[in-house]
Design a protein around this ligand. Structure first.
Ligand code: PBG
Length: 339
């Protein structure tokens, strides 16, 4: 049976989109986006102890590393072409207090980890440090609790202190993840006044109150502290999108060098809108729950780990992200190097 005539029914058969998809070389030639190791930021959990690697149960393949193991891990990331790592502390329970004062102890895990890494890698790798109180607070909230409410303005003082202590330890990028109003401006001013005008800020500008952070809270040990509590009085409502643009606009006005959207995959619409609207360096965080989902499915043999991870990371680039914080960073860089 022969095909009917399509002559009067549009561009087919002269136009056939499958023509360019036929060969690997032509697919490569027309690829609009590419993922490289330079797009990745590796979040690393650091813990107390010596020569210690603690697996994070809800994040198969992810380990907390003691400070002494961090320099070699960081050097490996740099060797793979990863531009920056983000260090997160698993603070021992006996150092967590109501006022989270461990956050501005120059000997806390972040500061020791940063000094160790910077001594090893120098300028070859950027060190990003979160600003927020949750890894240090006995209640697991990102800010100070006054009368049962996370109080914005008293929290700002603590965050500013935390940021300056981290800059003193050698952090290259201060990344406030707390979602208090006005923190970017406050931190920028304090950094400048303390002689750290070259230290960058990457704002978790559009950070949603998400259930996808669950495994992270296990990793830093803040889940138990938080109990049944949530962060909805400061993190954004997943129902909102325009509000994310408002957040980004304010953080840029307050001096943010880079902005972030978090979580990642369920929020690619936000990544795309932020990039289109502001045209500034825009990052996405593929968070712990996203990593856990892909890892669990791969462990069950239901999806291919490498292919799904690389596809998800490429999707961030397509949405407009300039880079991605991902727990797959090391593996992804190795896969890309092998390709
Ligand atoms: C701390 C912080 C969180 C994450 C990054 N920084 C947890 C939270 O806000 O509860 C989550 C990262 C992840 O889930 O991978 N404020």
């Amino acid at each position: 049976m022969s095909l009917p005539s399509y002559e009067s029914r549009g561009p087919f058969p002269s136009t056939r989109l499958r023509r360019l998809r036929r060969n690997a070389w032509s697919r490569a030639l027309v690829a609009e986006h590419r993922l490289t190791a330079a797009d990745l930021i590796w979040p690393v959990f650091v813990c107390e102890g010596q020569n210690r690697r603690e697996p994070v149960a809800s994040m198969p393949g992810v380990e907390r590393l003691s400070v002494d193991l961090l320099p070699a891990a960081a050097a490996n990331a740099a060797r793979l072409g990863i531009p920056a790592i983000a260090i997160f502390p698993a603070t021992p329970a006996d150092k967590k207090t109501e006022d989270a004062r461990e956050a501005f102890n120059p000997e806390n895990l972040i500061c020791r980890g940063t000094r160790a890494v910077k001594q090893e890698v120098g300028e070859a790798l950027g060190v990003v440090a979160d600003v927020a109180l949750d890894p240090y607070s006995s209640h697991g909230q990102d800010g100070l609790v006054v009368d049962g409410y996370v109080d914005n303005d008293t929290t700002l003082d603590a965050l500013v202190r935390q940021a300056v202590v981290q800059a003193e330890a050698g952090c290259d990028v201060i990344a406030p993840s707390d979602m208090m109003d006005g923190r970017i401006g406050g931190i920028r001013l304090a950094l400048d006044e303390s002689g750290f005008e070259r230290v960058l800020t990457m704002s978790y500008a559009a950070k949603y109150a998400s259930a996808f952070y669950g495994p992270f809270r296990d990793a830093v040990g803040s889940a138990g502290a938080l109990g049944g509590g949530d962060k909805r009085t400061y993190q954004m409502d997943p129902a909102n999108a325009d509000e994310a643009l408002h957040e980004v606009a304010l953080d840029l006005a307050e001096g943010a060098d880079m902005v972030m959207v978090k979580p990642g995959m369920p929020y690619l619409d936000i990544v795309a809108r932020v990039k289109q609207q502001f045209r500034v360096p825009t990052y996405a965080y593929q968070v712990s729950g996203e990593y856990a989902m892909l890892s669990a499915a791969a462990q069950n043999g239901w999806v291919d780990r490498q292919q799904t991870a690389l596809e998800s990371l490429l999707a961030f680039k397509r949405a407009g992200a300039d880079g991605i914080l991902t727990y797959f960073a090391i593996e992804a860089a190795e896969w890309l190097a092998a390709e």
